[in-house]
Design a protein around this ligand. Structure first.
Ligand code: SAH
Length: 360
């Protein structure tokens, strides 16, 4: 690995942070996903401890951590394509600074949700599931603090299992459920949607907003196919490009967080490949970005600016986070969030074939 790049990455690690280095052997040993698997194991073990708020895998080429452009967040996720170092120019501003993540979560965990979406879109997506049992059994994957889980609980009347791997989000959801008397009906679990530990063919509806891409869309579709009863529904959102040649700022943001992001047609191909029937898809309207996401985010950032008025480093990090809604103001015609509603065919079908790349 380039010594200059390595040196550039040296940062002071605070005492509360455990730093683990991984060294790959011969260059021919790279590119096989070994580093990725090792980091994933360590990260999963660490994240199973609720006192660990997040894991940062700095210096990895893919999925290094969150997107700023906002759209998608996988802050606690540690994974990489091949363990190689990214080019120095791809280095995000402050994300190798552990303080970034403290401030990041201070902003994000306080929001009603961690990505775009709203109740009206949830109602519209559910209305496309025309043949649902009266009290459907629902699984919400990558639920975050549960913005959409609570909407689902209002709109439907069956049991809900909500899973997210970020333990503090699940803690917050559990508290909200207790306040609203929903703890019996809605089960909030810390877990990995790649290994959801739920019985096969047990759900009438799987829901996932802004989260499936974290484990690769095709891989996620295959997992959902197995978990749905025949004839069951899957409703999910995914970020998509809607215009060619996005400005460099937008492209760089998505390249960091969702390098394989495609267009609506690419998702439709994956849906078909996985033997799902497409019921419909629609683009989230602008208010779904603002009402429960960017507007509260801007307010939260302002509140924290007062809290950190004398702390230049925190203020700079807040400025960095504030760029995301600004970018959406300027460039939202280049990308969108699309809601896809699909159905597992009523007769038992194969689902989609596994592909090694899907899991990366
Ligand atoms: N659905 C929520 C949160 C979207 S942000 C909303 O729309 O508001 C994406 C969420 O996916 C984050 O909460 C993140 O912790 C979660 N996530 C990412 N990878 C995951 C995985 N492998 N298993 C479970 N949750 C995951």
């Amino acid at each position: 690995m380039d010594a200059a790049i390595n040196q550039q990455r040296l940062i002071e690690i605070p005492e509360s942070v455990i730093d683990i280095d991984i060294m790959m052997g011969e260059r021919t040993g790279t590119g096989h996903g070994v580093g990725s698997a090792a980091i994933r194991l360590v990260a999963d073990a660490a994240l199973s401890d609720p006192s660990v708020p997040f894991v940062i895998a700095a210096g990895l080429r893919q999925g290094r951590i969150p997107g700023r452009a906002g759209v998608r967040r996988r802050p606690e996720r540690a994974m990489c394509a091949d363990g190689a170092a990214p080019s120095a120019s791809a280095e995000p501003m402050n994300e190798s600074n552990p303080r970034f993540w403290k401030v990041f979560f201070e902003v994000y965990e306080a929001l009603p949700r961690q990505g775009p979406g709203n109740r009206a879109c949830a109602v519209r997506a559910i209305s496309l599931c025309h043949d649902m049992p009266p009290a459907p059994v629902i699984l919400d994957l990558g639920c975050g603090v549960g913005g959409q889980t609570l909407h689902l609980a209002e709109i439907t009347s069956g049991p809900i299992v909500a899973i997210d791997r970020h333990a503090p989000s699940i803690e917050r959801l559990k508290a909200t459920l207790a306040e609203r008397g929903l703890s019996e009906r809605v089960q909030a679990l810390v877990g990995d949607m790649a290994h959801p530990a739920q019985p096969p063919e047990s759900f009438d509806l799987i829901w996932s907003e802004g989260a499936l891409y974290n484990i690769g869309i095709e891989n996620a579709l295959r997992i959902c196919h197995e978990l749905l009863r025949p004839g069951g529904y899957l409703a999910f959102t995914d970020a998509v490009w809607r215009k060619e040649n996005p400005p460099q700022e937008v492209k760089a943001s998505f390249d960091l967080d969702y390098p394989t992001m495609g267009r609506v047609d690419d998702v439709l191909v994956a849906i078909e490949k996985c033997s799902f029937e497409l019921l419909d898809h629609f683009t989230l309207p602008d208010e779904a970005w603002w009402d429960d996401f960017y507007t509260p985010m801007k307010l939260r950032i302002e509140t924290l600016r007062s809290k950190y008025a004398k702390d230049d480093e925190a203020l700079a990090l807040l400025d960095q986070l504030a760029q995301e809604p600004e970018m959406h103001h300027r460039y939202s015609d280049y990308y969108a969030y699309e809601f896809f509603v699909v159905r597992r065919l009523p007769n038992r079908s194969m689902g989609c074939a596994r592909s090694v790349n899907d899991t990366l």
